[in-house]
Design a protein around this ligand. Structure first.
Ligand code: NAD
Ligand code: MN
Length: 506
């Protein structure tokens, strides 16, 4: 069978942005060709804004993953790895960045179409982020270096930072393009080959990227994309005997499965970027306007569907009422609507399943006795929109204080001392990120030191940099992405010992 394809006419989309028709194959991308899945299975893609099925993509099973791994292994041994000069890897990654920039409008439109995020956010965050990540890791490709270790006059040792081999990667739906790039770029820069599975909800931009990967001139088999479901294609990657490392981003629940599967198969290396329930602490000496604005951004950006969402806000009792009043106004002022309209900040949630999950958490919050201070309902008569929601009177043991909701829902609680703020902030199984607002530099640094989180923002929230490491403490993950720190998770260190002495050992 010939692989499926996708066609969409953006000419009638509201607002500005991409004008034109998208048309591309939605087969699996293996050895630089679009091929059908062996069993011919399909996944339907739904536009969350209209609720309509807009296309189909191939659904890989274990058999397809196996074919992709063989392609990646052959490419690693013969065309990539230590066979491709580092300068060539750099050139290709930069070339891909150029092509993404040339196709930025179409990629942004596709991202908004399948995910429901605002077009402007897709462009500024996902697509610009993608270009930045590709260029950042392109820059590292020819700067991977080992060390020379002076042992003694008759012995020398040196290290090589070698690629690991074939890397399996599994990504979520909330930042489809950004996650795709944050995974492939460091892997490729260091000389690994890749088999990557996008989320079954949002595979389109990754597939469109495959055309650009081919156009950029990457050798066949270096990057293979297997769209498919988690419990089939994803599980096949995690348990594959010839994948050397698996990098996973998604929920902590599935992260556990991936780690178990890695252990039970070939003990492949594992890095995990998982969920969060991140605190945002507003001290009594904070610049209130700044705190309010960043706290609302931290809670609502990407429809609240961000691993780093600042979903627990802790406010000093002296400014609690004042903060809550201003924060409520800010949350209310956000424009909700069609992602393609130019002033939209908040679009629909990604799928009906996820919408229902968030609404269920809101019901649990009410049932357990928290107060809905703002929102708490569907926004509008139809569509997957949810009102920005603030819960007050939230106790430490309530479900909505503990579990990741992944929607535009924030819980607020009061504290009365720095010690109490730190204790409340750290009272979670997660440790992805944290924010704090204060004008006192000693308090800022002291609290930042005490927070158990992989990222701490002082006087802002959610503003990451491509050259700074990102990752979780506790159950938010293992390993780091972005920055120089990402490289160590894609290289294996080999120590080579050279003996210059003639004296025999026995
Ligand atoms: P998810 O865990 O449901 O799915 C993630 C990916 O895993 C998908 O591609 C899915 O198909 C696949 N999968 C599902 N079951 C699998 C299995 N048994 N074996 C292998 N793969 C399987 O997560 P999601 O709903 O797509 O994304 C939301 C979650 O991702 C949230 O918890 C969020 O915090 C997290 N996230 C974390 C980061 C980070 O960098 N820490 C970034 C974005 C999202
Ligand atoms: Mn999920």
């Amino acid at each position: 069978m010939s692989p499926p394809s996708f066609e969409f006419d953006f000419n009638s989309a509201p607002g500005g942005g991409f004008r034109g028709r998208s048309f591309f194959s939605t087969g699996l991308f293996i050895n630089n060709e679009f091929v059908d899945a062996v069993d011919g299975n399909r996944i339907g893609i739904v536009n969350p804004t209209s609720g309509k099925t807009i296309g189909i993509v191939a659904a890989a099973t274990e058999k397809d993953v196996d074919i992709a791994v063989r392609a990646a292994r052959e490419a690693f041994e013969q065309r990539w790895g230590m066979k491709a000069p580092p300068t060539e890897r750099r050139r290709l990654l930069n070339r891909l960045a150029d092509l993404v920039a040339e196709n930025a409008d179409e990629l942004s439109a596709l991202e908004a179409l399948e995910n429901g995020k605002a077009l402007i956010a897709a462009k500024m965050m996902d697509v610009e982020g993608t270009i930045g990540i590709l260029r950042y890791f392109a820059g590292w490709a020819d700067k991977i270096q080992g060390k020379t270790i002076e042992v003694n006059d008759s012995k020398l040792a040196y290290t090589r930072h070698e690629p690991i081999g074939v890397v399996g990667q599994i990504i979520p739906w909330n930042l489809p393009l950004g996650m795709f790039t944050v995974k492939i770029a460091p892997a490729l820069a260091t000389g690994n080959t890749v088999v990557i599975k996008p989320s079954e909800w949002t595979p389109l931009t990754a597939i469109r990227m495959c055309e650009l990967i081919k156009e950029a001139g990457f050798p066949k088999g270096v990057i293979n994309v297997v769209t498919g479901y988690g419990d089939t294609a994803g599980a096949a990657i995690a348990s594959h005997m010839d994948i050397d490392k698996v990098a996973f981003t998604g929920s902590s629940l599935v992260g556990r499965h991936v780690m178990k599967a890695a252990a039970a198969s070939n003990l492949k290396r594992v890095t995990l970027e998982l969920g969060g329930k991140s605190p945002n602490i507003i001290f009594q000496d904070a610049d209130l306007d700044r705190a309010v604005s960043w706290a609302a951004f931290g809670a609502l950006a990407n429809q609240g569907q961000l691993c780093i969402a600042g979903s627990r806000v802790f406010v000093h009792e002296d400014i609690y009422d004042k903060f809550l009043a201003a924060f409520t106004e800010k949350m209310k002022s956000v424009r909700i609507g069609d992602p393609f309209l130019p002033d939209t900040f908040q679009g629909p949630q990604v799928t009906e399943t996820h919408f229902n999950r968030i609404m269920n958490y809101i019901e649990i919050g009410k049932r357990e006795g928290a107060t809905v201070h703002l929102g708490g309902e569907r926004y509008g008569a139809e569509g997957l929109y949810i009102q920005p929601t603030i819960f007050t009177d939230v106790k430490a043991d309530m479900t909505i204080m503990k579990e990741e909701i992944f929607g535009p829902v924030v819980v607020i609680a009061k504290f009365s001392s720095d010690e109490e703020a730190v204790r409340m902030a750290n009272d979670t199984v997660y440790g992805l990120a944290a924010g704090l607002f204060t004008c006192d530099v000693s308090r800022a640094i002291s609290v930042a030191n005490q927070l158990k989180a992989g990222t701490v923002w002082i006087n802002c929230y959610g503003a990451s940099s491509l050259n700074a490491p990102f990752g979780g403490y506790k159950q938010s993950g293992i390993g780091r992405e972005l920055g120089e720190y990402a490289l160590e998770h894609y290289t294996a260190v080999k120590a080579v010992h050279i003996n210059m002495s003639a004296s025999p050992p026995i």
